[in-house]
Design a protein around this ligand. Structure first.
Ligand SMILES: [Cu+2]
Length: 494
């Protein structure tokens, strides 16, 4: 009995022993790694290449750790948030986000923070890649016309946010004082074809979205976390149209994606792409086949994907009103050969009339077309106005003013007033590709509106007789002739 008992006891101890061994090995492994980065010998000295978004400096590759001198200049300067809206940005290096800094583990960074003499405010820098009080902030507070120098060693690989941490901290960040610093692992990240730098940020202005003129920062809205703008790279359209990022079919794209906040968390998504790899939160862990990745305020992610088909891929914060109403929308333009196996495009287009839909409104009685009494122009305008309020206003807005960089204005639109047939065609068939309305370029997609001839006539008559347009009256007969013409080109639908 006695021996039995003690043997059983000994077996009970075995799992404990394994656990102890496991902890011992895993801990000592961790400590060893951190120790390694600490002890990396440095060779020589060089000045860090700094780049403005959406570009990044050359990869570190297999270069040895070095003494890296970073010369960062703070500039307070006026820029444009969106057409006609001026905003005074505070920047690291003259851009929002600030200059991209690229290092490798073991580098000894000598950081020179210079506050331009024309600036009005003191600033400092907190780099999340720094191990030390304030991430450097406590050693870097610098007045206009001064320079501060401090040193740190990069001991953890990853993609880190840096930002100003001068009181009121929220205000300095809200004005654009953030950027990314990459610490590459030993030997560098695996090479890819294209690398880009994008950061999301939320902005708070006295006026509402698009309100013209110089717009000061609004502390109340910032405290309530109600931004007027949520944008990529500091302004609406910074990564869109002719400033879109680009790639060729077959290439692998890597985006160093950060979120400066100050308040919002980003649900980063690329419409029509799947991230093959995501370095979650900018760290070592890689997730694969991801649709949308969450990027915390003051955090980052590295996303990678191979582009297989040509087209324009839209980058968004999938909190989707931010994308379509506050500016969080960018573009990746991919050129190259179609691949119909991966994406066919529209293969068929037919009429779909569910019971209870449009079909019941069709002017038919006993198989013969009902005679519709011709409306007077005021009647047309009245029903056109109702239709506008149901259909068009979501994009073109209630007074036809449109949304800058997204939806062109219908108010006093030279594009509209110049050519009635073309306007009818846009409503019937949709419209895409670059157009210029009142001197502003738009490159977006209007889906075809599923309306009868009469409805198209009414809504356009309303539009033409509102907001300073040329008072054209569009008849259903005219719409019918345009409808009879072949569609000029196929239009993408969402
Ligand atoms: Cu600052």
């Amino acid at each position: 009995m006695k021996t039995n008992f003690s043997i059983r006891n000994r077996y009970r101890l075995l799992p404990l022993l394994f656990m102890a061994l496991f902890f011992f090995f895993s801990c000592s492994k961790k400590e060893k790694e951190a120790q390694d980065y600490h002890d990396i010998k440095i060779e020589g000295q060089k000045e860090a290449e700094l780049t403005a978004p959406p570009f990044v400096p050359k990869p570190v590759g297999d270069r040895a750790a070095t003494k890296l001198v970073v010369n960062m200049e703070i500039k307070e300067e006026e820029g444009e948030m969106v057409d006609g809206v001026k905003y005074t940005y505070w920047t690291f290096g003259g851009s929002v986000p600030g200059s991209f800094i690229r290092t490798r583990v073991g580098d000894e960074v000598e950081f020179h923070l210079k506050n331009h003499p024309d600036n009005k405010m003191p600033h400092n820098i907190d780099l999340h890649a720094v191990t030390g009080p304030g991430g450097g902030a406590t050693s870097s507070l610098v007045a206009p016309g001064h320079e501060k120098v401090f040193n740190f060693k990069t001991i953890n690989p990853g993609l880190y946010v840096y930002h100003c941490a001068t009181a009121p901290v929220g205000m300095h960040i809200a004005n654009g004082m953030y950027g990314l610093i990459l610490v590459e692992p030993e030997g560098g990240l695996p090479p890819v074809d294209k690398e880009y730098y994008i950061m999301q940020g939320d902005f708070y202005t006295k006026g509402a979205y698009g309100e013209q003129g110089s717009q000061p920062f609004d502390m109340n809205k910032a405290i309530k976390e109600q931004p007027d703008y949520v944008v990529f790279n500091g302004k609406v359209g910074a990564v869109a149209g002719d400033k879109a990022i680009t790639a060729k079919v077959g290439e692998t794209v890597r985006i160093y994606m950060g979120n400066g906040g100050p308040n919002l968390v980003s649900s980063f998504h690329v419409i029509g792409e799947i991230f093959d790899k995501v370095h979650i939160e900018g760290g070592d862990m890689i997730n694969e086949n991801v649709q949308t990745t969450l990027i915390p305020a003051g955090g980052s992610a590295i996303v990678e994907f191979k582009v297989d088909v040509p087209g324009t891929f839209i980058l968004v914060d999938h909190s989707i009103f931010r994308a379509f109403n506050k500016g969080a929308l960018g573009m990746l333009k991919v050129e190259g050969e179609e691949n119909k196996k991966i994406y066919s495009g529209t293969t068929q287009e037919g009429i779909y009339l569910p019971e209870g839909g449009t079909i019941q409104n069709m002017p038919k009685e006993n198989g013969t077309a009902k005679k519709v009494a011709a409306k007077t122009v005021p009647e047309q305008i009245k029903s056109g106005k109702e239709l506008y309020g149901r259909t068009c206003f979501a994009c073109h807005q209630s007074e036809g003013q449109g949304v800058p960089n997204a939806f062109p204005p219908l108010a006093k639109s030279d594009f509209l007033n110049a050519n009635t047939e073309r306007a009818i065609g846009a409503v019937l068939n949709g419209l895409s590709g670059e157009i210029t309305v009142n001197g502003k370029k738009f490159n977006n997609v209007m889906t075809s509106q599923n309306l009868t001839d009469e409805e198209v006539a009414d809504v356009l008559t309303y539009v033409y007789n509102s907001w300073g347009n040329n008072k054209t009256v569009v008849t259903a007969a005219k719409v019918k002739t345009v409808r009879a013409k072949p569609t000029p080109k196929p239009v993408a639908s969402h």
